[in-house]
Design a protein around this ligand. Structure first.
Ligand code: T5A
Length: 208
């Protein structure tokens, strides 16, 4: 049987990396075969594209170049990792996927949704996540958490208004796709956040 494709999304520093470790232990406890991966990245070539995308640089990066790099990395990732793993029956847990493109390039950079949708079809065919956990916190808290943890990458150097647009788009995506998306209140303590995630995962497992 084909595996399930689970994505985890949210603005900067919302706690994705921290909670992915929790989800991994949940999957182990439930004896599920799974693979954890991330975007942009997930293969050697896609990780190189990630470095190109995230490195702060003097040259301004065109929005179109950024969008195409995101989808180039995704094409390689789907071909080399996501589809083969799902085909073997493993669950794939991915730190960010195409919702991030609608949020960051669409809402953040003001790129047209119909262009993103065309690339989505070209690169993914019919592949879409089965479940998406959207971790949500006020932008300032996330940026503060991320800033305390590491030096800012090219995206983290954007202004707060950029991330407000990104956050609002995530909330809109959740509203538009309630059958796939669950919003997690990530402003709670780690324990509180993980309780919500566990409830969402258990419900998903019971209903699929
Ligand atoms: N991008 C990506 C696009 O523009 N388009 C796309 O299509 C895609 C796929 C990728 C960048 O690429 C962009 C978006 C991104 O800017 P990334 O590394 O995936 O970068 O994203 P980041 O948001 O930068 O990831 P971070 O690793 O910075 O944040 P996380 O993983 O969300 O947060 P995490 O777990 O590292 O936590 C941050 C800090 O907060 C603490 C943690 O201990 C840590 O110190 N923390 C909490 N503290 C208190 N209470 C809680 N509940 C906490 N949860 C975590």
């Amino acid at each position: 049987m084909r595996g399930k494709f689970i994505t985890i999304e949210g603005t900067e520093g919302v706690g994705k990396t921290t909670n992915i470790q929790f989800i991994q232990s949940w999957m182990e406890k439930n004896k599920l075969a799974f693979a954890t991966t991330r975007e942009p990245g997930g293969t050697p070539l896609a990780e190189q594209i990630r470095e190109l995308l995230l490195a702060p640089r003097e040259e301004s990066v065109s929005n179109t170049a950024e969008l195409l790099m995101v989808f180039a990395a995704r094409a390689q990732h789907i071909n080399q990792v996501i589809e083969p793993m799902l085909g073997e029956g493993a669950w794939v847990l991915c730190d960010r996927f195409t919702d991030a493109t609608y949020a960051y390039q669409g809402a953040g950079r003001n790129m047209r949704d119909d262009l993103i949708a065309e690339l989505e079809v070209l690169v993914q065919g019919s592949l879409r996540p089965d479940l998406t956990l959207i971790l949500d916190i006020p932008v300032e808290i996330g940026l503060k958490r991320a800033g305390e943890r590491s030096t800012p990458d090219r995206f983290e150097l954007e202004r707060v208004e950029f991330f407000d647009r990104v956050r609002n788009r995530y909330l809109q995506i959740a509203k538009d796709s309630p059958e796939r998306c669950v919003i997690i209140d990530a402003s709670q303590s780690l324990e509180g956040v993980q309780k919500q995630i566990e409830t969402a995962l258990s419900h998903f497992m019971e209903t699929t």
